[in-house]
Design a protein around this ligand. Structure first.
Ligand SMILES: Cc1ncc(C[n+]2csc(CCOP(=O)(O)OP(=O)(O)O)c2C)c(N)n1
Ligand SMILES: [Mg+2]
Length: 666
């Protein structure tokens, strides 16, 4: 594109974005259906010039909430932008689910943005890895403010992008404030530039956000570098924030009038117009004409958006989970010989990798001969190559954030490992705030088929940090699916279903069951066997008491039931197999039959998943109960290391038997 054409396009997009902001500000002040605005005034040049250096529809963008100029510069429909601002039914930008300024548009390759400052970086990096693995030459743009660079995810993303030399352009729009916090309280040294330069393999460019040539030079160099496969870049652009942080903020609480005036003197619209005049690309009259037509365009878009319908109320419940078409298949054992659960899990992944080239395994220590600290992914690297089973840095947020990004273009299905469920917490934001709700908050536009495997559970003297059971926490996160198998056959079938379904799954694997022979080892199902989530198994039928349980506790329940059968107490053991969704019908049917129930969980008792089951029964089967329901869980303490102490805390067989006897006598 010749320079004149490019600069005029940039001026037009900058004008449009500014006028959209001004119109939105008016609508908020007039109370015209909009309650909140994040103005991008002052940031226009950084976002628009970046967009103009990309190939719209080919390259990818993760613009943050103040990067409307990027979204406009890339070609977003203004009616849709106003529609999202007014929380109307729109095709893109979430259809009333996200607050204004959260962009999402599949044709423009802009995945749905969350409100969490800084979590976009790892997702952009994951997507860039997916594109690179697929041999594509797209580049991935991701933006954020100066405040966002304080987040660990930003630094994790630079590290990962550097290791893999990914085509990512990190655009940092440095306006010197994060709401009210000034740069010197935010970043050691006052700027992220020197820190970013410390990342080997990452190029750093600095630009003045009011100087077209400086911004354009930075982005064109960064894009060229990414396109040529030379690796990631950071572009730090100094920009003024000409408006308040948001429509709820008053900058006079933390800035003087003089400081605000100083900012206004650095208006990029003034400098771009001066540049256009100086170069003779347009004369004053032509600029005025362009301003008039842009104003008209913005007014018309706002008026059209106001005619859009509101979302239908009942759609609030739609798109929590993407539909899965994987039906249950018949279990045909490969032979009579039993295999242990860890081998069943390995075989499930191996078989899916063999048939689906999109499956990529990664995590800490998972590659090559080690195959994770439990050896579950052993030899997958030698079989499928370094690109399909690789180690990640020791960073859980990276593992989950990268998984999200990798899943977004539909080419890859990450099957990631978190080394111990106890260490999920350093990555929990990417799971809880990002992965689980991607489908819902984009109103079904983007889905993330990601499986995250986690060894879990106690009884192995793992102490407080290798014994946790976290299914109760995870069950309180709409959008996630959770499996917690008790035996090899279920583990294989459930994991294969998980790897073929379109939703994010947490797959909990009890460490004490990996090699368990007596109960958990089973004849191996053949490669076609899949077990859909949400179907409990009646492990043992009975008539006097129902035990509802899952994971390792299934073994204890079956042992207790066998023992008590000799005392003429007939116990039905229900293995939930999956926590979300869980089989409500099977629980209620069994409780109706027996009239007595023990809910048995390994996790600490208070607010565990057992409490949810108790509530289900109390709400729906109270009239069938012949005794108060009983719950057993661990003590409400962390799990201590000493076997003596661990036994005191975790549920024990004698305790379970005693509770069942007491229930039988009630
Ligand atoms: C993780 C997180 N913490 C806090 C917030 C609330 N918050 C929203 S924007 C913001 C300031 C961000 O500043 P910066 O990254 O510099 O971007 P700017 O708004 O200045 O463009 C804060 C604290 C949030 N959204 N996410
Ligand atoms: Mg800022």
């Amino acid at each position: 594109m010749v320079l004149k054409e490019k600069v005029v396009k940039i001026l037009k997009a900058m004008l449009l974005s500014r006028m959209v902001d001004e119109k939105m500000g008016k609508l908020v002040r007039q109370n015209k259906g909009a309650t909140f605005q994040l103005s991008a005034a002052g940031h226009e040049m950084a976002g628009v010039v970046a967009a103009q250096n990309l190939l719209s529809g080919k390259d990818w963008g993760f613009p943050y909430y103040r990067d409307q100029p990027f979204a406009v510069g890339l070609g977003s429909d203004l009616v849709e932008i106003f529609g999202a601002f007014l929380a109307r039914k729109t095709k893109y930008h979430s259809s009333g689910r996200m607050m204004p300024g959260h962009f999402s548009c599949k044709p423009l390759r802009m995945p749905c943005q969350s409100s969490v400052v800084g979590s976009q970086y790892l997702q952009a990096v994951g997507l860039a890895l997916s594109r690179k693995l697929a041999g594509e030459t797209d580049v991935v743009y991701v933006s954020g403010g100066d405040g966002s660079t304080s987040q660990g995810d930003f630094h994790e993303a630079l590290n990962f992008a550097g290791i893999h030399q990914l085509p990512v352009i990190f655009s940092i729009q440095d306006n010197g404030f994060a709401i009210s916090v000034p740069a010197h309280e935010q970043t050691s040294g006052g700027s992220i530039v020197s820190v970013a330069k410390g990342h080997i393999g990452v190029a750093v460019f600095e630009a003045e956000g009011t100087d077209f040539e400086s911004v354009d030079a930075a982005f064109s160099a960064a894009v060229a570098r990414g396109r040529a496969g030379e690796g990631p870049s950071v572009v730090v652009t100094k920009v003024p924030r000409l408006a308040a942080h948001s429509s709820s903020d008053d900058p006079l609480k933390y800035q003087t009038k003089e400081q605000l005036e100083e900012g206004k003197a650095r208006d990029p619209l003034v400098t771009i117009k001066a540049f256009v005049l100086e170069k003779g690309f347009l004369n004053t009259e032509e600029i005025t004409q362009l301003e008039k037509s842009s104003f008209q365009e913005v007014e018309e878009a706002a008026a059209q958006a106001d005619l859009l319908p509101y979302p239908d109320i009942e759609t609030a419940l739609d798109n929590v989970y993407a539909p899965s078409n994987q039906e249950e298949t018949v279990l045909i054992p490969l032979s009579e010989e039993k295999i242990v659960m860890m081998d069943a899990i390995n075989h499930a992944i191996d078989e899916e990798m063999a048939t689906n080239p999109g499956i990529i395994v990664f995590g800490q220590d998972v590659a090559r001969g080690k195959g994770g600290v439990f050896g579950i992914t052993k030899n997958l690297t030698s079989k499928y190559g370094e690109q399909r089973c690789f180690n990640t840095p020791l960073a859980e947020s990276t593992i989950i954030g990268v998984s999200i990004g990798m899943s977004l273009d539909g080419l890859h299905r990450p099957v990631a490992e978190i080394q111990f469920a106890d260490y999920l917490w350093t990555g929990i934001n990417q799971l809880f705030n990002e992965l689980s709700s991607f489908y819902y908050r984009s109103n079904g536009e983007w889905n993330c088929p990601v499986v995250i495997r986690m060894p879990t559970g106690g009884y192995i003297q793992g102490g407080p940090y290798h014994s946790q059971n976290i299914e109760g926490f995870l069950s309180h996160c709409p959008g996630l699916m959770i499996a917690y198998p008790s035996n090899a056959a279920d583990a294989k079938g459930l994991l294969k279903w998980a790897m073929r379904n379109p939703n994010p799954v947490v797959f909990l694997e009890h460490k004490a069951l990996y090699r368990q022979q007596k109960f958990s080892a089973r004849p191996e199902p053949d490669a076609d066997y899949v077990l859909p989530f949400g179907k409990a198994a009646v492990v043992r039928a009975g008539t006097d008491i129902t035990v509802v349980t899952w994971g390792m506790m299934v073994l204890y329940a079956v042992d207790a039931a066998e023992k008590l059968a000799a005392e003429d107490i007939s116990i039905e053991v229900l293995d939930l197999r999956t926590i979300i969704p869980f089989d409500k019908e099977a629980i209620l049917t069994s409780v109706q039959k027996t009239g007595k129930v023990l809910i048995l969980q390994e996790a600490a008792k208070t607010s565990g998943f057992g409490a949810e089951i108790a509530a289900l029964i109390a709400e729906n089967a109270f009239q069938y109960l012949d005794a108060p329901l009983v719950r057993i869980g661990a003590e409400d303490t962390p799990v201590p290391y000493s076997k003596l102490l661990e036994n005191r805390v975790l549920p024990q067989p004698a305790q379970i038997e005693a509770a069942l006897r007491k229930l039988a006598q009630y």
